[in-house]
Design a protein around this ligand. Structure first.
Ligand code: PLP
Length: 401
């Protein structure tokens, strides 16, 4: 008899479970729009040319060794990551009041930040948008924070519920942490305008709410790294404190390398260095130190002007392809006369479209058309191509009529 005999089977992860179901489907026309990973026009995963180039340099450099990194990771990587999100001329960086630690992609950065806050911050309450990425409530709960939601998406307009957002943040207790998607909100594709961000910033600062930015799509929303970082930079520019979790999974296509960074912007250099000393105590018993390869790729690219430029061109091409898929899908639905207003497909931003299709319609499309997506009706635009848009449009048309 197994000592684990009484263990109950856990449910499949709702997002990764879509891929499990997809893999089991023998249909030759099956389409996976569940997972948020970029695909080429041919439906293949993409390794950026600049990443291949950086890897070659790393492999050919005999002086590179496989020693352990420090607890907080690669120094160059951390410095360059902070500059990428906060801007090259950020006063907070120049004043040495930012601490940045290399973590295991966006998820690990969120987790280390959450763990630090649960141990050292006076308010253990975090507000996350409704809806949000499914892993957010789990990451913060398991770290020991209590999770509440603020209104974000309005199903009626398929846009931002700005009034609801302001009301909910207004009634949050002073000091509460607020999780903000830096850009390309997942799963809705709905972002506040810059004007709305200004109001959110004002409200949060007046109430002493602590911003925790999740930046998983910098450059993927607009195609511009600087434009997508604008909301974060706005909060840093006022001199206030905040946290930011960065991921290089999407914008450098380094998904499985697990490269990311957590930055904490503090009031003074002295506070930042004490915060960093405590971050080390969080990280050491979790995984000792982060992996070296992915961070070396990122640092190699960010350090070199020519490679950096090459990256921005490749990044823009990915963003542009996604934007063009939005237009093609919208046009295809219009051509079919599919009932309903589908303009949100071209208005939404980033990797995902929140179609507004309900659970039954999603189940119908999977059963009849072998199209896989999460049951909330979210589709990954990056998984579409000119060839598959008509299939999806046919399926949506059938589900909506
Ligand atoms: N945050 C959001 C909103 C995401 O959508 C994702 C990935 O899907 C992540 C964070 C973290 O991803 P990773 O841990 O692969 O960097």
């Amino acid at each position: 008899d197994s000592v684990f005999g009484n263990i109950v089977r856990a449910p499949e992860d709702p997002i990764l479970g879509v891929t499990v179901a997809y893999n089991k489907d023998p249909s030759p026309t099956k389409l996976n729009l569940g997972v948020g990973a970029y695909r080429t026009e041919e439906g293949k995963p993409l390794v950026l040319n600049v990443v291949r180039r950086a890897e070659q340099l790393i492999v050919n450099d005999r002086s590179r060794v496989k020693e352990y990194l420090p607890i907080i990771g690669l120094t160059d990587f951390n410095k360059l990551s902070a500059k990428l999100i906060f801007g090259t001329d950020s006063p907070a960086i120049q004043e040495n009041r930012v601490t940045t630690v290399q973590c295991l992609s966006g998820t690990g950065s969120l987790r280390v930040g959450a763990e630090f806050l649960a141990r050292h911050y006076h308010q253990r309450l975090i507000y996350i948008p409704q809806p949000t990425w499914g892993n957010h409530p789990k990451i913060f709960t398991v770290a020991g924070l209590s999770v509440k939601t603020y209104r974000y998406y309005d199903p009626k307009t398929r846009g931002l519920n700005f009034q609801g957002l302001l009301e909910d943040l207004s009634s949050a207790p002073s000091g509460a942490i607020v999780l903000l998607h830096a850009c390309a909100h997942n799963p809705t594709g709905v972002d506040p305008t810059i004007e709305q961000w200004k109001q959110i910033r004002q409200l949060m600062r007046s109430k002493g709410l602590l911003p925790f930015f999740d930046s998983a799509y910098q450059g993927f929303a607009s195609g511009s790294l600087d434009a997508d970082a604008q909301p974060v930079r706005m909060f840093v520019a006022d001199g206030g404190e905040c946290l930011a979790a960065q991921s290089y999974a999407k914008n450098m296509g380094l998904y499985g390398e697990r490269v990311g960074a957590l930055s904490i912007v503090c009031k003074t250099e002295d506070v930042a260095s004490r915060v960093e000393s405590q971050l080390k105590l969080v990280i050491r018993p979790m995984y000792s130190s982060p992996p070296i390869h992915g961070a070396s790729i990122v640092a190699t690219i960010l350090k070199d002007k020519d490679m950096y430029n090459e990256w921005t061109v490749e990044l823009k091409a990915m963003a542009d392809r996604i934007i063009s898929m939005r237009q093609q899908l919208f046009d295809a639905l219009r051509a079919r006369g599919t009932p309903g207003d589908w303009s949100h497909i071209i208005k939404q931003i980033g990797m995902f479209t929140f179609t507004g299709l309900n659970t039954e319609q999603v189940a119908f499309m999977t059963k009849e058309y072998h199209i896989y997506m999460t049951s909330d009706g979210r589709i990954s635009m990056a998984g579409l191509s000119s060839r598959t848009v008509p299939l999806l449009a046919d399926a949506i048309h059938a589900a909506a009529t």
